[in-house]
Ligand binder design. Structure first.
Ligand SMILES: *Cc1c(COP(=O)(O)O)cnc(C)c1O
Length: 355
């Protein structure tokens, strides 16, 4: 028997959203379980990727110099403060590897992003999960209370996956005043581009004032590059440097780097698509609320349906009708805002279920 580290015992497995099964008859099936962007890549991005593919016999630029420079420029930060990784989950793994191991603690809200317990579990550190407050929001007071002298990192997911609400600017400021300087606060902003609440915290603003804040962003959601695995952190040099040390060498492929650079150059066009998704988000949430559902306020590209014990039944009901949602057993379903036809289907199914 090969000896596998005890830390891996009982770790939950990351379950990717199931592909929509092909369906008999005319009705199309939609996969709305992974918060992907329903739009295909922008034409210029696809062509740049194809051209870059011609040099796939070469290793990529290990430190993604061109992409890092473009991001530094975009956010007005020094290039030394930008570190890339294989999606922001890859960066999160680098962060935990750089900060926590057996005997240490990592604090985060729960329920939140399903990758958190896995990433922390692999490290051997202890996860300290702080229940969400009313409205499915982070309870930052309780999270600050949960910090001990063993705490090495705190994750703040805003908007929170899978529930949707953001952390407010004032709340994050008050929280940061209570966090010791040697504890890293990771502000996971995978859905930042979908945020419209003017009171929402902006991680990058906080990073500028706080050397212990690390902001996580990704090209997977708003930018529509989920399949290419590229995300990044903005953090002060000590932290960013640690992330470069813990990165998988050449982890971000050449085509991913190129696609990200080209997407940044076409940001205005991409953000129009994000605006359309935000409008759909409002339409869907309003329709569900009108049906009597209690949907937490969402600033992301998904809605959260609290279904408790009926979660798996609802997911099955939707799947049978060609809508693959993401169930979290005993808790609720997260449904991505996608193309209008998929959103219409959700509204119809949710209405049938409720009524
Ligand atoms: C989707 C998501 C990510 C990032 O995923 P990557 O594809 O690895 O960049 C990170 N955090 C949260 C909360 C997410 O929902």
């Amino acid at each position: 028997m090969v000896r596998i580290r005890k830390a891996l015992d009982g770790l939950p497995s990351y379950r990717p959203g199931r592909p929509a099964a092909p369906r008999a008859g005319a009705e199309q099936a939609y996969k709305v379980s992974s918060n992907e962007n329903p739009y295909p890549p922008l034409p210029g991005v696809l062509e740049a990727v194809m051209a870059t593919a011609e040099s796939m016999n070469r290793y990529p630029d290990m430190f993604a110099t061109g992409l890092v420079a473009a991001l530094a420029d975009r956010f007005g930060v020094p290039p030394e403060h930008v570190a890339t990784g294989t999606g922001s989950v890859g960066v999160l793994q680098q962060i935990v590897q750089a900060t926590a191991t057996e005997g240490d603690e990592v604090v985060y809200a729960w329920r939140s992003f399903e990758a958190y317990p896995i990433v922390v579990g692999i490290s051997g550190a202890t996860a300290v999960e702080v229940p969400l407050a009313a409205g499915a929001r982070h309870d930052l007071t309780a999270m600050a209370d949960a910090i001990t002298d063993r705490t090495r990192a705190v994750f703040v997911c805003t908007p929170n996956n899978p529930t949707g609400p953001v952390v407010g600017r004032d709340d994050l400021a008050a929280f940061l005043r209570r966090v010791p300087e040697d504890v890293l606060v990771v502000v996971d902003e995978a859905y930042r581009e979908f945020v419209r609440d003017p009171e929402a915290a902006d991680g990058v603003e906080f990073y500028r004032e706080h050397p212990n804040v690390c902001v996580l962003r990704t090209f997977s959601k708003a930018y529509g590059l989920a399949g290419l695995r590229v995300g990044f952190a903005i953090a002060h040099e000590e932290v960013a440097d640690a992330l470069r040390k813990t990165a998988v060498p050449f982890g971000v492929s050449g085509i991913a780097q190129r696609a990200a650079v080209e997407s940044l150059a076409r940001e205005a066009e991409l953000l129009e698509r994000v605006d359309a998704l935000v409008a759909e988000r409002t339409r869907v949430r309003d329709a569900l609320v009108a049906q009597g559902w209690e949907i937490p306020h969402t600033e992301a590209n998904f809605v959260w349906l609290e279904l408790g014990e009926k979660t798996l039944d609802f997911a099955r009901f939707c799947e049978d009708a060609g809508l693959v949602v993401r169930p979290f057993a005993g808790d609720g379903c997260r449904v991505t805002i996608a193309e209008p036809e998929a959103n219409d289907k959700l509204i119809r199914l949710a209405g049938d279920w409720a009524g």
